[in-house]
Design a protein around this ligand. Structure first.
Ligand SMILES: [Zn+2]
Length: 77
């Protein structure tokens, strides 16, 4: 009999995820707010936090997600 796979609990020796760049998450969990995008902003929404990037569209580097109030200021009204 084969013993069952040793599953779970033990943390593997992978690279610990400490403050990974936002670029990685932007590929799989993002959405774009149209009203913010129309203002010429990046407008990526970080779904887990509900925050929005208000940096200029196609800005270099990673997104800077801000809260609802700042997002409203950046959005087209
Ligand atoms: Zn951005």
């Amino acid at each position: 009999m084969n013993s069952q796979n040793q599953s779970a609990s033990g943390s593997p020796l992978q690279t610990s995820r400490e403050e990974a760049p936002e670029d990685q998450s932007s590929t799989h969990v993002t959405h774009v707010r149209e009203d913010v995008a129309m203002a010429g902003r990046c407008a990526n929404v970080h779904l887990p936090t509900g925050r929005t990037c208000t940096l200029p569209a196609r800005h270099p580097g990673s997104c800077n997600f801000v809260g609802p109030e700042e997002t409203e200021n950046a959005a087209v009204h």
